[in-house]
Design a protein around this ligand. Structure first.
Ligand code: AMP
Ligand code: GLY
Length: 437
């Protein structure tokens, strides 16, 4: 364990969000001896077991500020991109409140894919060739010009704005790409699709590389792999993520060094040079191509379900890491972050019809039994109580639970995860049986 310690005890902490990622964050904060009161806005039924849930939506920035002022919150941690893109960090700091997450300008790296691509080009960060179109007609014209290959070439079509994972279509050929362009506004809502980004299609394995950043310094977390498609063998539509693993074999150490030198360092330097130093969680979606690692996208927050698999391995007190990030120079704290050796896996149990129109209200059984499997933690995402006093959990969203386990190696983490998952059931439940395989 790290001996690094910073800040005061008796802290009041607020986490913003209501999914599995926020349950994992709340569990980490709840385990800190420095935290005496923990709040979560909005939270869910599982989070309510470790934190006091308050009904404030992530887009109600004024409501969040008021709550933090009234409750004298010492530290706020932002889970998702919605609040960040709306400038929650700028608003909190303007009132003297301490909060972890990037400022609104830095959050543009996730909120606008066109902005992110131009930023990558300005800072020579390896990524797919692209074109930012300011209308769907303009995007179709660009495709027809042949600069993205002939009519049979694959091409990737992305909505510029935030679209909760739905705004990307990997089209097999030009005709599919044109359909995707024409259908994008209907798929993600008009605002997010006002601009369209076209990208060269890259091939390779994907990894998610997350780090803590204080503006200048960074600390890598264990490298993860997400499983975005709903079906086994990576089939069916994209989801927010059906499962993740962390394991040393996901990336060669030399390739990781290339990611650090060609992507992470230039990104942090670029943010400083452009006047918005990045403090928060920097999440890179990377494609490991035959010509080296290339950046697919930035996220400016923890991933879901990456966080579940990452935080079960964190041995250092998360409060100490946050305090160090707020101090302006976290280099010493970053160098002493300690991770549990081995691997981890998280399998998402989803409700019927997820990701299209998930059915909710089904009674969940077996969580207690699953929790008894050694090395297993169950994180709630879309759960509620059938009534306030009910002992029963019911489903209330698409991704319901994240069954997560650590292990000395990947095989044992996966074995424990599926052993625990097999204890749980609800009508319409489905999950991928090939996470990490
Ligand atoms: P993004 O939200 O930009 O990470 O895209 C979501 C998913 O689409 C990624 O995880 C990839 O699987 C895929 N994708 C995005 N960009 C590309 C690309 N240029 N080439 C191939 N696949 C991509
Ligand atoms: N699991 C992908 C994400 O959080 O964006």
């Amino acid at each position: 364990m790290s001996s690094y310690s910073y800040g005061e005890d008796n802290m009041k902490v607020l986490v913003i969000g209501s999914g599995g990622r926020e349950h994992a964050l709340c569990s980490s904060f709840a385990s800190s001896p420095k935290v005496t009161r923990l709040f979560c806005a909005n939270g869910n039924a599982g989070i309510a077991e470790v934190a006091e849930c308050v009904a404030i939506r992530p887009d109600d920035i004024a409501g969040l500020v008021d709550f933090a002022m009234t409750e004298l919150i010492d530290l706020t941690f932002v889970g998702g991109e919605t609040s960040l893109a709306l400038g929650v960090v700028d608003e909190f700091e303007a009132r003297g409140l301490r909060i972890i997450g990037p400022y609104r300008r830095a959050a543009e790296l996730e909120a606008s894919k066109a902005f992110a691509k131009d930023f990558m080009r300005r800072h020579s960060i390896p990524t797919a060739a692209y074109f930012n179109a300011d209308s769907s007609d303009n995007a179709v014209m660009e495709l027809e010009s042949g600069r993205f290959g002939d009519a049979s070439s694959p091409v990737v079509v992305k909505a510029d704005g935030l679209a909760a994972g739905k705004g990307v279509v990997v089209a097999a050929n030009r005709a599919e790409a044109i359909d995707a362009i024409r259908g994008m506004a209907g798929l993600v809502g008009g605002d997010a699709a006002e601009k369209i980004v076209l990208e060269e299609c890259l091939f390779g394995k994907e990894v998610s590389i997350l780090s803590f950043a204080d503006g200048e310094n960074f600390a890598l977390m264990p490298v993860t792999r997400d499983h975005k498609r709903v079906g086994e063998g990576d089939t069916g539509p994209n989801t927010g993520g059906m499962g993740t693993i962390t394991d040393g074999s996901l990336i060669d150490p030399l390739v990781l060094e290339a990611v650090v030198n060609s992507i992470i360092r230039p990104t942090l330097r670029g943010c400083i040079a452009e006047g918005f130093p990045f403090r928060g969680i920097l999440f890179l979606g990377i494609m490991l191509t035959a010509t080296g690692p290339k950046l697919l996208e930035y996220n400016v927050r923890f991933g879901d379900p990456e966080t579940q698999a990452i935080l079960v391995r964190l041995e250092t007190d998360l409060v100490d890491i946050c305090e160090a990030m707020l101090s302006g120079d976290a280099s010493q704290a970053f160098s002493s972050i300690s991770w549990r050796q081995g691997s981890s896996a998280c399998v998402v149990l989803a409700s019927q019809n997820y990701p299209s129109k998930p059915r909710t209200g089904d009674v969940i059984s077996g969580i207690d039994l699953a929790t008894r499997v050694p090395n297993v933690t169950i994180f709630h995402a879309g759960t509620a109580r059938s009534t306030d006093a009910s002992p029963e959990f019911i489903t209330s969203g698409g991704r319901v639970l994240g069954v997560t386990a650590t292990g000395d190696d990947l095989a044992s983490a996966i074995r424990s995860t599926y052993q625990a998952a097999s204890q749980i059931s609800f009508a319409g439940m489905h999950f991928r049986r090939d996470i990490g395989r």
